[in-house]
Design a protein around this ligand. Structure first.
Ligand code: DON
Length: 621
């Protein structure tokens, strides 16, 4: 079932190497950490270290999961067709005690450093979140929002919704032109942003489940913003892609100096962002929602015709929600309820698939067909029934019930695709970010956060030093018309002041049948978040793949509309594609589906795997 333990050489060596790298990178920070810790937590209610569960470090070999390397290899062989971009059988990063997997090495290291100082997984997640706001500007953020799933070592579970909200002045048809057609104002510019939730959310998670003051966990991010970091190649590439968006607003001088995208290898300093982060670390989230940062944000809105006001900011509140808890073949999933659709839709799909025991092998036409048909049914419900529970009644119990799933499974014809009305999807911007954390005490955190599109609305808060989200596009800005992910959604997700726009973010924690923390996962990628997260879980739980193979295996996607079964280029063999067409599927290829970062318990510790398609980084010790 599980990944084999690492060989004695590479992963252990790389952990040791990183340990030294970390030590030297962060040594100058020790004094700053100590000082800021003395200054007290900005969260105000920062808990005492006694909140940390009094349990000894978890040695995973206390309860090894059964390993079946033969089954794992066979599953991967079937799932990886000839010509697929990745080889099966590669190793994950191994760590004995704790792990952070995110899209940036420096952000993963920030979380690990906090845990090495005695912090727990929530402390580390918040450190990583703020470090991503500095090092991954197109998706890491303080101008966006997100969702966090937490499982503490004592079994407590929690989900925090810090999704953006529609400003009070938002109106149902604010993005339509005179002919009722959608304009691009929900994606670009001053009107596209919801009221940001990230700062309030991270501070709230820390106050309730963390053990360290805000200033201490923010110290790595502040240093990275103030002293700068080396721009990675892909950051430079992202800026190049977005320079036309960025160039319309105030971020152009910093991100496109002299009209050129940032070059890989330059040291990138962000003094305005450093100042904002410092204010948050010192004064708490009030600095963002009521203080100097709020002033800069509202001034920028006024300058460009935006509608977010001081009252919107002051009124923003993250919400603790009851997690969606479901099962799949004896495993327990802890995941995100609305305002994200992620948990319900993933669980509903798994509940449907559970009726087919066992599922056909990964990579086969039968498997792709069943996954596609199950997803079609769950997304039909998602797109028409899910919205912010503060505004609409969400039939959560029905949608997640095994009985309902059984009735949907009974409608699936094993040999023929069903139909939903056709629709042409728009392009898929890729800019959300997911990170997974486990600590030495047995706590785990899965977090997904986003600006929505890459660099969000493009609007740059002058003086504040950050980009604003374009999350308003996740509403059904024109019910019945597709948004930028091709999602056609209904009235339940129409724009209303103060409402949270429906998300697909699915930060998920899996507990094995013996009650042991097993897996932490989630993804970026709009609606493909739901499918990728589910497929990674299926690859491990159903097909018995190692985590490395589960992450590298080709991915599928179906979202009801457009009515097509998407697969990654060369991710299905020609014969399988022909069979799917013969069953009546419209098939479509995508270059890449989603960006995930995952952790899996293995004998003696943890395997961490960053997204192989775009280069996530696992760091542990
Ligand atoms: O909340 C959502 O579902 C979207 N705003 C996520 C956007 C996304 O993942 C973009 N790509 N990586």
């Amino acid at each position: 079932m599980t990944a084999p333990p690492p060989p004695a050489d590479s992963p252990e060596d790389s952990v040791t190497a990183r340990r030294f790298a970390l030590h030297s990178t962060f040594a100058p920070l020790a004094a700053a950490f100590a000082l800021s810790a003395c200054a007290g937590g900005a969260a105000g209610t920062a808990p005492s270290p006694s909140n940390r569960p009094p349990v000894p470090p978890v040695r995973a070999d206390a309860l090894p999961r059964p390993v079946d390397p033969v089954r794992a290899a066979a599953a991967a062989k079937g799932a990886f067709p000839p010509g697929w971009r990745f080889e099966p059988g590669t190793e994950a990063t191994f760590a004995e005690h704790a792990m952070v997997v995110s899209v940036r090495q420096l952000a993963s290291e920030a979380g690990v450093e906090i845990m090495k100082q005695g912090g727990n997984a929530v402390d580390a997640a918040v450190a990583t979140g703020f470090a991503l706001a500095v090092t991954s500007s197109s998706n890491g953020n303080i101008g966006g929002g997100g969702f966090m799933t937490i499982r503490m070592a004592d079994g407590r579970t929690a989900t925090l919704d810090y999704r953006e909200t529609a400003p009070a002045a938002a109106t149902r048809n604010m993005y339509l032109d005179a002919d009722g057609k959608l304009t691009n104002k929900s994606t670009v510019g001053y009107l596209a942003s919801g009221v940001p939730g990230s700062v309030a959310g991270m501070a709230e998670a820390l106050a309730k489940y963390g053990t360290m003051p805000l200033a201490r966990v923010m110290a790595p991010a502040i240093r990275l913003a103030r002293e700068g970091y080396m721009v990675e190649r892909d950051t430079s590439r992202g800026a190049a892609q977005c320079s036309r968006l960025i160039a319309q607003f105030g971020g152009k001088d910093l991100f496109c100096p002299g009209g050129e995208a940032l070059k890989g290898g330059t040291v990138f300093k962000q003094p305005d962002l450093a100042r904002s982060l410092n204010l948050i670390a010192t004064d708490g989230p009030k600095a963002f929602y009521e203080g100097a940062i709020a002033d800069s944000l509202v001034a920028e809105m006024k300058r460009g015709g935006g509608i977010i006001t001081k009252a919107d900011l002051k009124g923003y509140k993250p919400v603790w929600r009851t997690p969606i808890i479901g099962t799949y073949r004896g495993h327990t999933l802890i995941t995100m309820p609305p305002a994200s659709s992620g948990g319900i839709t993933m669980l509903q799909t798994l509940n449907i698939l559970e009726n087919f025991a066992p599922l056909p092998p990964a990579g086969s036409a039968g498997y792709a067909h069943l996954v596609g048909e199950a997803l079609r049914r769950s997304f039909i419900d998602r797109n028409s029934k899910l919205g912010d529970p503060a505004f609409v009644k969400v039939p959560m119990d029905q949608l997640t019930s095994k009985t309902y799933a059984k009735s949907l499974a009974a409608q699936i014809d094993k040999a023929h695709a069903s139909k939903t009305p056709a629709f042409n999807a728009g392009p898929e911007p890729e800019h959300t970010t997911h990170y997974s954390v486990v600590d030495p005490y047995g706590n785990a955190v899965a977090t997904t956060t986003t600006l929505n599109g890459s660099y969000g609305s493009g609007v740059w808060i002058r003086g504040g030093g950050f980009f604003m989200n374009n999350e308003m596009d996740d509403f059904a800005a024109a019910p019945g018309q597709a948004n930028m992910f091709g999602l056609v959604q209904g009235e339940v997700n129409a724009i209303q002041p103060g409402k949270r726009m429906l998300s697909a973010m699915s930060p998920t924690i899996v507990v094995d049948p013996r009650g042991q923390l097993m897996m932490v996962t989630g993804a970026a990628g709009g609606p493909t978040i739901i499918t990728a997260t589910m497929e990674i879980i299926l690859n491990v739980v159903e097909h018995g793949m190692t985590l490395a193979d589960a992450m590298k295996a080709p991915r599928l996607h179906h979202q009801a509309l457009p009515d097509e079964l998407a697969y990654e280029t060369r991710g299905l063999s020609g014969a399988v594609v022909d069979s799917l067409k013969a069953m009546g599927h419209t098939v479509a290829t995508r270059g890449s589906l989603a960006t995930a970062n995952s952790i899996l318990r293995v004998k003696g510790g943890w395997h961490g795997v960053g997204e192989p398609r775009s280069g996530g980084v696992a760091v542990g010790y």
